[in-house]
Design a protein around this ligand. Sequence first.
Ligand SMILES: [Zn+2]
Ligand SMILES: [Zn+2]
Ligand SMILES: [Zn+2]
Length: 137
Amino acid sequence: MTLNSTIPKLGARNTKQRTAVVEVLRDMDKFASVKEIFGELQQRKEKVGLTTVYRTLQSLAEIDAVDALHMPGGETLYRHCDSEKHHHHLVCTQCGKTKEIDGGPIESWAKQIASQHGFELTGHDAEVFGVCPDCRG
Ligand SMILES: [Zn+2]
Ligand SMILES: [Zn+2]
Ligand SMILES: [Zn+2]
């Protein structure tokens, strides 16, 4: 997958800033907070304000160009994933290393539980947290 394949659907406006944000995310290759991403952009001398970074990440997440991870503390982390297909994440709580994993039985369970309650399923969210082999020493 090339970067260009994700850019056209973003529209022409602010494309430069969005491209800079996506590039940083690709290089970081882990779930990062908005502040971490902003800090990296500053190091690269990109002229992007913190508010713009917030908005850019939100709109990228809306179109599934990046994945958002909602932490129990209320913070949202972002990552650019290799897989364009629907997937879930196994996240190391120590170093942030992330594996893209299959939802497995969650996929049919979500459909089933929604229809049982008369809901039309629009989405589901499930992430798995742990400590990776490297961090376990
Ligand atoms: Zn992902
Ligand atoms: Zn780790
Ligand atoms: Zn799923």
